[in-house]
Design a protein around this ligand. Structure first.
Ligand code: CMP
Length: 234
């Protein structure tokens, strides 16, 4: 996979860009302009090509990242070379805070799904801000709680819900108000914690019933109400 950072300056101090990015990041929005600028002065920006690994689970980590551009996939490797997708994160969201906070290794793998640009903040620069600013700590706790809640919900789904329920929920949450999602069936299988063949079989059954249409790398929702009813089944 080509590394964009080989062709462009891999790391650059970008105080003003980084400051405006931090202003867009839900965690640092609350900071006053001066503190944000001081943090931004110490930040470095990195670019990643689509498919490039930002870091792997188990790697040492001393920094967290705020996403400026692109989608970062957080996943956990499973047996047989597969991975469970934990989250896809976009601009304004951050990742890498767990190892930064507990000083242990990375709890999951981060990969660029599309070309990405991230602002990297080192532990030694973030921790003093957290010590000074209880409101930023509370925001961070809020974000961690939201992730914990989502993880609990997904764990319960994977343990107790049938594949059709998990699949319908995933399609609906990915689509939002849109009628179509652009994801491969193996990506979706990694999101619902099943084999691609099972996902394909279910989608083809739904296609025969007119609930969805499927193509290479996309799924279109045709009968949303039916999909919602499947997702809500207990
Ligand atoms: P860290 O452990 O440093 O590196 C992996 C990162 O993935 C982790 O910090 C979090 O930022 C992120 N992460 C881990 N688990 C989840 C999850 N369940 N949902 C969203 N993000 C996660």
């Amino acid at each position: 996979m080509p590394n964009v950072s080989d062709e462009m300056p891999a790391v650059a101090t970008v105080a003003s860009d980084a400051a405006s990015l931090l202003a867009a990041c839900v965690l640092f929005r609350a900071l006053d302009e001066d503190t944000r600028r001081a943090l931004a002065l110490r930040a470095v920006r990195k670019r990643y090509a689509a498919g490039e690994t930002v870091f792997a689970v188990g790697a040492p980590g001393h920094a967290m990242m705020a996403i400026a551009r692109g989608t970062i996939r957080i996943s956990y490797p499973t047996t047989r070379g597969r991975a469970l997708v934990l989250a896809d994160l976009g601009p304004g969201e951050m990742f890498g805070e767990v190892a930064l906070l507990d000083g242990r290794e990375r709890s999951a793998t981060a990969t660029a799904v599309t070309p990405c640009e991230v602002v990297v903040l080192e532990r030694c620069h973030v921790v003093p801000v957290l010590r000074e600013r209880p409101d930023v700590c509370l925001k961070l706790l809020d974000l961690l709680c939201a992730r914990l809640r989502r993880s609990d919900e997904r764990m319960a789904d994977i343990a107790f819900s049938q594949l059709p329920v998990r699949l319908a929920k995933t399609i609906l949450s990915r689509a939002g108000a849109l009628e179509r999602i652009d994801l491969s069936q193996s990506d979706i299988a990694d999101m619902v914690g099943s084999a691609r063949e099972n996902v394909n079989r279910q989608l083809r059954a739904w296609q025969r019933r007119g609930i969805v249409d499927i193509g290479l790398g996309w799924i279109a929702i045709r009968r949303r109400a039916d999909l919602v009813a499947i997702a809500d089944a207990v």
